[in-house]
Design a protein around this ligand. Structure first.
Ligand code: NAP
Length: 323
């Protein structure tokens, strides 16, 4: 029907489709942002192990996507990164090379991959912008993940210069929302804190935040990021990456994030800080000026509302949540 109407249908393959960001894109598409000329295919490691070149190629030959949103990655919080830098480097390098090369070989028109603001140089000026990715070593805590992610940008440039491919990348800040990894040891700070508050409430104990609570972060709600992903896929034409973030003025300390969760979950216990635990990078304030030039009117969900929705989702789905 769409072909008869003159529209060329798109087959959009989403790698990492079962993760935090993939699930958010699936929801936004299902809730009405999808278009009639788009067919969405969400895949996970059960469909193909993307560290394996043959499995990756077979996946692309099976689905024949015209467009790809590439989210699949080994992902984790500060403490998992510190322990497994080598694994983060090797797995992500293999996944990214397999996906981008299969996309090239099967004639995919556009790939949108996912970098992260935690891959930027440790010693830098603020705010960080898209031109500064390669300007110096990343923070030592996550060098494996960071260098692997930075190489996506190098590959995108290479595929464009040698083959004219429209492969690009987005750079989100810290993402959170339903379907996150709420594991306290291995997950990111916000879902880890939500899980800790949940348990502290159950046991009537204090909430212990790891580190001083002073580091500052910009958090983006996964459903806001999902809407921005659709825009990038459809409208953004540059090979150069784009930061997807709330404004610099919306950066919050880990203490403020913990307080938002405490309020959302109505936790009445004591709030403690274990300063023997690492803080990670103090801040990585990113500029969303480029995004704002393209989309001046984009409305982000207010932080406290997004935290509340995520806490409610976690409490409601506790039995099946990743933890
Ligand atoms: N979370 C953040 O704060 C954040 C911030 C900035 C950027 N990002 C980036 O955003 C993207 C999505 O992150 P996320 O938080 O949604 O991750 P996530 O919840 O951990 O999900 C990871 C996804 O990747 C898939 N995957 C992992 N290893 C794979 C493999 N070897 N083969 C095939 N699939 C594999 C997983 O499949 P299974 O379910 O089968 O394991 C899952 O669908 C990543 O590229 C990440 O680097 C995340």
């Amino acid at each position: 029907m769409t072909e008869a109407a003159g529209l060329v249908p798109k087959r959009i393959l989403v790698t990492g489709g079962t993760g935090l960001v993939g699930k958010a894109i699936e929801k936004v598409v299902a809730d009405g942002e999808g278009r009639p000329d788009e067919e969405w295919i969400f895949v996970s490691s059960r469909d193909a192990d993307l560290t394996n070149a043959a499995e990756t190629k077979a996946l692309f030959e099976q689905h024949k996507p015209t467009h790809v949103i590439h989210l699949a990655a080994m992902v984790g919080g500060l403490f998992k990164n510190i322990r497994y830098n080598l694994d983060f480097w090797r797995r992500n390098i293999h996944i990214n090379d397999n996906v981008l090369h299969s996309a090239y070989e099967t004639g995919v028109q556009k790939v949108v991959s996912c970098l992260s603001t935690c891959i930027f140089p440790d010693k830098t000026t603020y705010p960080i912008d898209e031109t500064m990715i390669h300007n110096g070593p990343p923070h030592s805590s996550n060098f494996g993940y960071s260098y692997a992610k930075r190489m996506i940008d190098i590959q995108n440039r290479g595929y464009f210069e040698q083959h004219g491919c429209r492969f690009t990348a987005v750079i989100p800040t810290n993402v959170f929302g339903p379907h996150d990894n709420f594991n306290i040891e291995d997950g990111h700070v916000l879902p880890g804190l939500i899980h800790k508050v949940y348990l502290a409430k159950q046991t009537g104990s204090a909430l212990t935040v790891w580190g001083t609570g002073k580091p500052r972060r910009q958090f983006i709600y996964s459903l806001d990021l999902a809407r921005l992903f659709l825009w990038v896929l459809r409208e953004y034409d540059e090979v150069e990456p784009i930061i997807l973030s709330v404004g610099e003025e919306d950066e919050v300390s880990i203490r403020e994030a913990a307080e938002a969760i405490v309020e959302a979950m109505d936790f009445r216990g004591e709030l403690l800080f274990d300063t023997t635990k690492a803080d990670g990078q103090f801040k990585k304030t990113a500029s969303n000026a480029k995004l704002r030039r393209y989309l001046p009117g984009f409305q982000f969900t207010p932080f406290r509302q997004a935290v509340k929705e995520t806490c409610t989702w976690f409490s409601t789905n506790y039995a099946n949540a990743r933890k």
